[in-house]
Design a protein around this ligand. Structure first.
Ligand SMILES: [Mn+2]
Length: 438
């Protein structure tokens, strides 16, 4: 169809308004009712406008003639689009082919194309999967919603492909943290001690190989290591690195991978991925949220995500004791000045007295940060060995990832963590000093 249109426009349409047109792609909607025709034309803004007008007035002729030449059962309506952004280095028609491929399973669904530099890594990963007889998938230890959603979605997509599959993270025994126990795919999990090197090992949401914990060695012994992540601090430790710091979440990248695998995105898979997107963006509220994030969420909702159910499972399903630990944390909250930050802490005694596990305290910090005129929140949690595990949140002014690094930890600009083996007063003092340098 592209060739037919190109030839017709060049040879048979005599409208002087039309410049030198190249048809870059033709995208027919799945119901064949419409063909989006993308073209480039030499010249400036005026030439573009004139060409578009010329093409539009020639549309009835082009439609009939194309129909005759291509012998389509139904004649799609033609709609011309100036292709003014042939993304650096990448052929537009291949991007469109991808979109078309994802549309093939569900009419009208739209997944935004991947950035060109990510495209190659995604394609190499698909090729590696095609040749693999065993695949191991892992996310980072103490996984959050994005890590879990990403690893489970990829596991669910591969489970019926005939490969020997291992899915998990460094934990033994392994089970989903309670906030995420509704996520599908928990039956795929393998305890850390049972992991074996595989033809292809994939890490998701791991900024560095350390984040694999005890799995690191076995993953590094696998034939190829694929590193899929969105942390700016990622160390590119893989043989193949699909690292996009502009992605809101690792889940956003896994969606792109599944599309290129031609995987069917079932409601279960979509649920895992949506949970990743929602949790890593603070329910679509952080600065990392882009049009792409929302387009990806829309794509997943079209595939069966129940937004209200997931939100309730994630944010309104805490055990009653959560209110009690929240109360204790709020009661101890302190507003520090110079540098300004809000801080609080919870201890092992708190957990014991209230009857709640550390796993159920991940969301506490988000209440601590909801304070006017304060950019940084810090929550200290006492670990069993007395170490203070600190969590940072920033609203955007302060790069808490960099501060956490100064304290021996790491993370993102807006969410980061660290551990300090010292008294609480000393730990607070260390944080104060580190923040003073920001
Ligand atoms: Mn993440």
């Amino acid at each position: 169809m592209r060739e037919a249109l190109g030839e017709l426009i060049q040879r048979h349409v005599k409208d002087p308004r039309i410049g030198f047109v190249t048809i870059t792609a033709v995208r027919v909607t799945p119901d064949l009712s419409k063909a989006h025709v993308y073209y480039t034309v030499l010249g400036d803004e005026d030439d573009h406008v004139n060409t578009q007008a010329g093409l539009e007035s020639a549309t009835p002729f082009l439609r009939t003639e194309t129909g005759r030449r291509v012998r389509l059962r139904t004649l799609p309506e033609l709609e011309f689009h100036l292709d003014d952004a042939p993304v650096q280095g990448q052929r537009v028609d291949s991007i469109l082919a991808d979109i078309h491929r994802t549309e093939a399973t569900l009419p009208g669904a739209y997944l935004p194309p991947a950035a060109p530099e990510i495209e190659e890594g995604l394609r190499r990963t698909v090729a590696l999967f095609d040749g693999a007889s065993s695949i191991a998938l892992a996310c980072h230890l103490s996984p959050d919603g994005d890590a879990l959603g990403s690893v489970l979605a990829l596991g669910l997509a591969l489970k019926d492909s005939g490969v020997a599959l291992q899915v998990g993270w460094d934990d033994d025994p392994i089970e989903l943290p309670s906030q995420y126990d509704f996520l599908p795919g928990g039956d795929l999990l393998v305890p850390a001690s049972a992991f074996r090197p595989a033809d292809v090992a994939v890490t998701v949401d791991c900024a560095s190989a350390d984040r694999l914990g005890r799995l690191r060695e076995r993953f590094e012994k696998s034939d190829v290591l694929v590193n899929i992540d969105h942390h700016a601090s990622n160390t590119s430790f893989g043989g193949v690195n699909v690292v996009d710091e502009h992605a809101s979440s690792s889940a956003e990248l896994v969606v792109q991978l599944l599309a290129r695998m031609g995987a069917e995105i079932t409601p279960d898979i979509a649920t895992c991925l949506y949970a990743g997107l929602a949790t890593d963006t603070g329910q679509f509220a952080y600065a990392g949220v882009t049009p792409r994030t929302h387009a990806t969420a829309g794509f997943l909702i079209q595939r069966g995500v129940k937004v209200d159910e997931i939100s309730q499972r994630l944010y309104e399903s805490f055990p009653f004791e959560y209110l009690k630990i929240l109360g204790r944390m709020l009661d101890r909250a302190r507003l520090e000045r110079d540098p300004t930050f809000v801080l609080s802490y919870i201890t092992q005694d708190d957990l014991r007295e209230i009857g709640i596990t550390m796993d159920d305290t991940d969301e506490l910090i988000n209440t601590l940060r909801a304070i006017r005129d304060v950019d940084v929140a810090v929550l200290f949690k006492e670990l069993e060995d007395g170490t203070w595990k600190g969590s940072f949140r920033s609203k955007g002014q302060t790069d808490v990832g960099a501060i956490a690094q100064q304290l021996g930890g790491g993370g993102h600009r807006l969410a980061a963590g660290f551990e300090l083996k010292m008294s609480l007063d000393e730990a607070v003092e260390a944080v104060r000093k580190a923040l003073a340098t920001a």
